[in-house]
Design a protein around this ligand. Structure first.
Ligand SMILES: N[C@@H](CCC(=O)N[C@@H](CS)C(=O)NCC(=O)O)C(=O)O
Length: 333
């Protein structure tokens, strides 16, 4: 685990000393947008037009942020238009890396050994963390975006005119945007990032504050999902997929490794069926790799798990019946 300083790699763990033991996430730096016609998006320069085969996605199957982009890519039918490279789950002294001898973890586009090479190639004086996901533009040889929240919005609509893309599936419908934004903001702060705030805290009070806020939101979500199938409206929206990638990792990793152990997702009467329901949407299970998820966290985060032993359990039951059909219609692709 490390970062680039003026384009040079340094191996160091998060510095929580200057923030009183609290983990504070750095904002993403590459914020361009792919749009249908190449016009500038909400931030960044123009010139990134949606075209088949032009963009490539770098992900880790362990990472909940990267996972969102994989889910949207699959559900929207973008697999044949946007390629993917998967880094190795072990993120150690060189950060995210490719293993050229292992086809499952090689960089077919740039032939890089380490993900940080891509960052320093496009920004030779880059200072900051080297994170997944990365959306790469093969034409210009640059990073379009390393912010998953933006990438899923691009995938939701920018490529809709390409053949085979499910343009009628809209995960950010205009009439629901303010409700989706409100749910996202609470879920981001206390759940998606909340588990990291608990897990990476080096101060007892910082940990407990994150823990309390996390479970307050999970209780609230469980109530909200008691009589509605999805978080907003009557179809899955991006709010559901953003929550899903944290929930699906929760019992295997966050409960134990990050000490988020008041309850498991499996103990919640409604969240437990909700996560199974989303998992069983066609295509989604194929984006979930519990072995790589466990391997990444328990092996890479040696300050939390110095022995690097990966737990064998728990038993997970994402395939059993969600029993939520009575609450609303199923998503048909
Ligand atoms: N804001 C980013 C966060 C991405 C992120 O933090 N990814 C983690 C993996 S789960 C990462 O690559 N961390 C490497 C590091 O911090 O050095 C996004 O949502 O895209």
């Amino acid at each position: 685990m490390g970062l680039l300083i003026d384009g040079r790699w340094h191996d160091q763990w998060y510095d929580t000393k200057k923030t009183g033991g609290k983990f504070e996430r750095e904002s993403a730096r590459f914020r361009h947008w792919v749009t249908a016609d190449g016009s500038a998006g909400p931030s960044g320069d123009r010139g990134f037009e949606a075209e088949s085969g032009r963009y490539h996605l770098y992900v880790s199957l362990a990472c909940p942020w990267a996972h969102r982009t994989l889910v949207l890519r699959t559900l929207k039918g973008l697999e044949s238009h946007i390629g993917v490279s998967i880094v190795h789950p072990d993120m150690l002294e060189n950060g995210w890396e490719f293993r050229p001898g292992e086809s499952a973890h090689s960089d077919a586009v740039n032939g890089a050994r380490y993900l940080h090479e891509l960052y320093s190639k496009v920004a030779p004086d880059y200072t900051g963390r080297v994170t997944v996901p990365v959306l790469w533009d093969r034409h210009q040889g640059v990073i379009v975006s390393n912010e998953s929240a933006d990438i899923i919005r691009m995938f939701n609509s920018a490529f809709d005119a390409l053949p085979g893309v499910r343009e009628s599936l809209d995960f950010y419908p205009r009439e629901l945007r303010s409700d989706i934004d409100a749910v996202n903001s609470r879920v981001y702060d206390t759940v998606n990032n909340g588990v990291y705030k608990a897990g990476f805290a080096t101060d007892q009070v910082a940990y407990e504050n994150a823990f309390d806020a996390l479970f307050e939101t999970l209780d609230w979500l469980d109530d909200r999902l008691a009589n509605r199938r999805y978080l907003v409206g009557n179809r899955p929206t991006e709010a559901d997929w953003r929550l899903f990638t944290t929930l699906v990792r929760f019992d295997a990793v966050y409960f134990s490794h990050f000490k988020c152990n008041r309850l498991r997702v499996a103990d919640y009467p409604h969240l437990s069926g909700y996560v199974r329901d989303l998992y069983q949407v066609p295509g989604v299970a194929g984006t979930v790799d519990i072995d790589q998820i466990k391997r990444h966290y328990y092996v890479s985060q040696r300050t939390i798990n110095p022995t690097q032993i990966v737990p064998v359990g728990p038993l997970l039951n994402f395939d059993s019946a969600p029993e939520r059909e009575a609450l609303g219609p199923s998503l048909t692709l």
